[in-house]
Design a protein around this ligand. Sequence first.
Ligand code: PLP
Length: 358
Amino acid sequence: MSQSLWSPIVHELTPYVPGEQPKGTGLIKLNTNENPYGPSPKVLAAISGVLNDSLRLYPDPTASELRQTIADYYHLSPNQVFVGNGSDEVLAFVFQSLLVHGRPILFPDISYSFYPVYCQLYGIDFRVIPLDEQMAISAKDYFGPESTGIGGIVFPNPNAPTGRLLPLAEIERIVAGHPGVVVVVDEAYIDFGGESAISLIDRYSNLLVTQSLSKSRSLAGLRVGLALGHPDLIEALVRVKDSFNSYPLDRLALAGAQAAFVDETYFEETRQRIIVSRAALTSALISRGFDVIPSAANFVFARHRQYAGEMLYQGLREQSVIVRHFNKPRIADYLRITVGTDVQNQALLLALDRLVAP
Ligand SMILES: Cc1ncc(COP(=O)(O)O)c(C=O)c1O
């Protein structure tokens, strides 16, 4: 009854459904691409260091120290850096500030399922560009008839949920070929083996790169994301942020995120471990009859040649192993499996062995 009090748009919304965060323990959780290793001990120390009376004060609304640290890390200037409450929030600001033009935007048919949700929220029309037969983004497909009169382009690199990487030269082709609109490259997983498009930022004022501290820096619980691009693009994001919430990052997040960029040793060590485990997991899945899309992310996207995705997903779940399954066209037979510790990956393989005949 009281739903009649809702704004009209709320009736229409189909919100994003995040991966399950189960309450119980004892589950092998390989469903939301979290990092299996904890955050750097230096991050924990930095957060502890601000657990004091300073919490009575608002945090720095401009996040100036963190932005300076990130700028130094990527050899940019602070006015090319924006930070927000997870890259989901950063992306929401991007859609609102840079992609609402009354013209459709483009993204791949198989991609991060939050993009159509933002489109609905902000009233942005969109067209999807199918991945090719190899489940890869093909740059040339962004120059077909669908690309005329567009208001922007967004895609993850590596793509999610496929994990497949688009080479930098192909990204440059898309960015250079669409100078009149913003091209957003969502690099949530770039640290697991991809070449970042950040190196193109100084040459292309229409390129915006977003990143996350949730994956490679193991801080999904702290909620920090960032965007990098031309100062004019960053200013648009700041304007939206300051019309919404001046303090998207609290004092704990600012301190922890900063320490995460400083502790390069820990970052290198843990991401290399995941890259090595990904290779081992990929071979083990292939030897069990899976086709595995080559992944540059901290997950693999795999389809068994005989067994349906839904059956495997349920069968794993019954054995307390949670992976992600999308009941959607083209990908219903795939499982998206986060690369865990070697112990977790082994438990997954054991559970699969009970479901898949050798
Ligand atoms: C492609 C992609 N982009 C962005 C995000 C959001 O990351 P976060 O909001 O944790 O920074 C995710 C999370 O899974 C993702 O898969």
